[in-house]
Ligand binder design. Sequence first.
Ligand code: ZN
Length: 298
Amino acid sequence: MFKLFKVGRFKIYANFSFVIGFLFFAYAIINFFAIKLSFYPKYLAYTLGFVTTAFLYLSIVLHELGHSIVAVKNGVPVKKITLFILGAMAHLEKIPENPKTELKIAVAGPLVNFAIALVLLPFVKYLSMPYWLWFTLFYLMFLNVLLGAFNLLPAFPMDGGRIFKSIIWIITKNEIRASKIAVLISRAIALAFIVLAIIDWKTWLWFGFIALFIIFAGNSEMTVIKLKSKLMKKKAKDVMTPIDKTSIEDEKLFFDTETDLWTIFSKMQTKKIFFAYIKNKNNQVVGYITFYRLIKDG
Ligand SMILES: [Zn+2]
């Protein structure tokens, strides 16, 4: 993992697999440009292909910044943005607590790509320019429409998966049910990709690869949601280790005996504190809870 640059408060990192992804797309796009612009000198087609790949990745970063800015505005801190083989990801420090926040954050990414395409549209449609420039702008517009549309696919970890989940969550008012339905749809889409990749691997191999990520992301969504449903049912007083200390030094986190475990879990995760004291109604410390305990047998 290495740091690329910083935009405002957001740090952009790249995973080593990103280099493979970048080279793969650069190779494909440069070859495509060489064919489509074969009547120009080769160096021009190659340069334009490379520049387009760079702009494609810039669009991907802008997409993640869209998620990140909306997340921060809605009280969800963003740790960093990382580029990897399949694109990029904004790391949210906590799971949005309500479906409307989750929906807004998820929609913001694809909207950025559609906005970029919209900005390019008048250039492509109305301005006269050399063909090579027109083709480059047109292709960049096309790639952004594709990026936005592909991310709307209703499967985790794509934004469409989050959008789909949050809409069902709004309708049913039940997050656990919404997650289960969204994961089911994700798995169906992954299965379809795998079948297509087996039937015609030349066209669908990349999608077979994406299917693995979809299955993986669906499983991790299920793990989190199962933990959440378990923790929400219990209260601090149910699992705390009792203590009879009255004065506490270097105190950091305090919760009421009636607080549900999911709230405690989320706060600990956001504040990166792995230990919390539990107080009773008279403001006396009566016990403590560790992060390990919450994960283990919450
Ligand atoms: Zn996204």
